[in-house]
Design a protein around this ligand. Structure first.
Ligand SMILES: C[S@@+](CC[C@H](N)C(=O)[O-])C[C@H]1O[C@@H](n2cnc3c(N)ncnc32)[C@H](O)[C@@H]1O
Length: 254
């Protein structure tokens, strides 16, 4: 199979050594053993404009409850997920028919509302935050949005203290959006909590673009880059990095 062409600005071809002039048969297709591998340093189509990115982020509009939750987040100085990431979270919850979801970083409830909107009608969102005041706002927003208290389990505490109390293999989705320094430990916790086929989502995976900048060598970026790489290499995960919001790293547990 030939590697996909990358447009006009491709780097020099890298060849994979193989015995020349021989073909391997695979069904009806002849596969050349000498394969030209090319990396795509830029997208084959032009980089999306700011306008196109805004269009993507706002493709699924936010309702009144989400707008209120977002404005409360800004008032208390939090950065909630953007609508594009929220829509992706809703999709993940809906795709797996999620009944049990863990969220680390309740904030004022923006991501929680998106997750609840995708979950089954009898699903329960377990959401953890170290700040009771944030959760007080989120609790009110969830109720005002029409989700009864039975749909949310709001736990105040540090994620790394609370996660060990949650059951193994009992969750369909784990969303990590708390303290960036604890992302690695939360991913380890998520592997234990998720059922096979369950989905991990990690926010802020692009670190404002620093993750892709080799010159960015600060300890936080280096740690995040290592985490993103290790998720790609780990046998337990099937990952993809979505360019929504500040990067949403999603991975299905095998
Ligand atoms: C970016 S905000 C979450 C925003 C929320 N996910 C949303 O999109 O609406 C991060 C939240 O994590 C909480 N947090 C920070 N450190 C934490 C920790 N160690 N354990 C649990 N929550 C933590 C903060 O109080 C804050 O509410």
């Amino acid at each position: 199979m030939h590697a996909r062409a990358c447009g006009t600005r491709t780097p020099p071809a890298r060849t994979v050594p193989a015995r020349p002039h021989r073909l391997r048969r695979a069904g009806a297709y002849a596969l050349p053993e000498r394969i030209t591998a090319r990396r795509c340093p830029i997208s084959p189509t032009p980089t999306p404009s700011t306008q196109a990115r805004d269009f993507t982020e706002n493709y699924v509009p936010e309702d009144r409850a989400l707008q209120v939750a977002r404005s409360l987040a800004h008032e208390v100085g939090l950065v909630p997920v953007r609508a594009g990431a929220g829509a992706a979270l809703r999709l993940m919850a809906a795709a797996g028919g999620a009944r049990a979801v863990v969220e680390i970083g309740t904030g004022t409830g923006v991501s929680g509302l998106w997750l609840l909107a995708g979950m089954r009608a009898d699903g329960v969102l377990t959401t953890i935050d170290v700040e009771a005041e944030h959760q007080r706002m989120a609790r009110r927003i969830f109720l005002e949005a029409g989700y009864p208290a039975s749909r949310t389990r709001i736990i105040t505490g540090r994620a790394l203290d609370v996660l060990p109390r949650l059951s193994d293999g009992a969750y369909d989705v784990v969303f990590v959006d708390g303290d960036r320094e604890e992302h690695g430990a939360c991913v380890t916790g998520a592997l234990r909590l998720l059922r096979p086929g369950g989905v991990l989502a990690l926010s802020g995976a692009l670190a404002g673009g620093r993750i892709a900048d080799p010159a960015a060598r600060d300890p936080q970026t280096v740690a995040l880059r290592e985490l993103v790489r290790s998720l790609r290499e780990a046998e337990e995960w099937v990952p993809a990095l979505l360019p929504v919001g500040d990067g949403l790293l999603v991975a299905v547990k095998r």
